[in-house]
Design a protein around this ligand. Structure first.
Ligand SMILES: C[S@@+](CC[C@H](N)C(=O)[O-])C[C@H]1O[C@@H](n2cnc3c(N)ncnc32)[C@H](O)[C@@H]1O
Length: 200
């Protein structure tokens, strides 16, 4: 008997909403393994790779996989960033809960991400503006960006695809990104980023 899938928090739920149905995902820096287990158990993804650089979080992910009986769908991988993942294994790559600079470093090391068939779902905890700058300057388009609030904290989640179009971002593109287009919390995010810029 498989246990019922649990509820994701608003931050991870938004990342999950950006995953294409039927795609295989890699969750880089998976820690607890919630996203790969949830996405496979919900039938959104047939398979997933839960990857982490450290053994301890990977063991945590293993417990989640076992608890929700997802062993046939989720594989565990010890990997620094995307280093141990092959391009033909995955479609959508999620990197959530890390600093923007760490996410930038992981993307910069992986050349095969420069493929419009691959979708990147990124959720930086810090330095989102530097991540956006890197993306724009290196041919990635930010197609969608959403702001969510969880326990009073604001998070941004972006869906990025390689287009090859190199753009030199202005300050608005770097600090606000795409979030102003759609989201109910975007005004709050705009205000927060404005106050940060004023203080700089
Ligand atoms: C704060 S947890 C985020 C967990 C989950 N992704 C989330 O958003 O809730 C960060 C995880 O990233 C892992 N990590 C840090 N640097 C990494 C790297 N270069 N490659 C893979 N995993 C990494 C850490 O071991 C840790 O488990």
């Amino acid at each position: 008997m498989r246990e019922h899938p649990f509820k994701l928090d608003a931050r991870l739920n938004m990342a999950a909403l950006m995953v294409r149905k039927g795609c295989i995902i890699a969750d880089i820096g998976t820690d607890h393994g919630y996203l790969p287990v949830w996405l496979t158990r919900k039938g959104i993804c047939p398979k997933a790779i839960a990857a982490d650089i450290n053994e301890m979080p990977l063991n945590k992910a293993k417990q989640t996989v076992i608890k929700y009986n997802a062993q046939d769908m989720v594989s565990l991988r010890l990997s620094d960033g995307i280093d141990k993942i092959n391009p033909d294994e995955v479609d959508d790559i999620i990197i959530a809960g890390m600093g923007g600079d760490a996410i930038t470093g992981i993307i910069a090391r992986c050349n095969w991400l420069k493929d419009s068939q691959k979708h990147l779902i990124l959720q930086p905890m810090t330095c989102a503006e530097r991540l956006r700058k890197y993306l724009y300057e290196n041919g990635y388009s930010i197609c969608q960006e959403e702001i969510v609030i969880e326990h009073g904290k604001m998070y941004t989640i972006m869906l990025c695809i390689y287009s090859g179009k190199i753009v030199l971002p202005d300050i608005k593109m770097m600090y606000i990104g795409k979030s102003h287009d759609s989201n109910e919390y975007a005004l709050e995010y705009l205000e927060k980023q404005y106050n940060r810029l004023i203080s700089i």
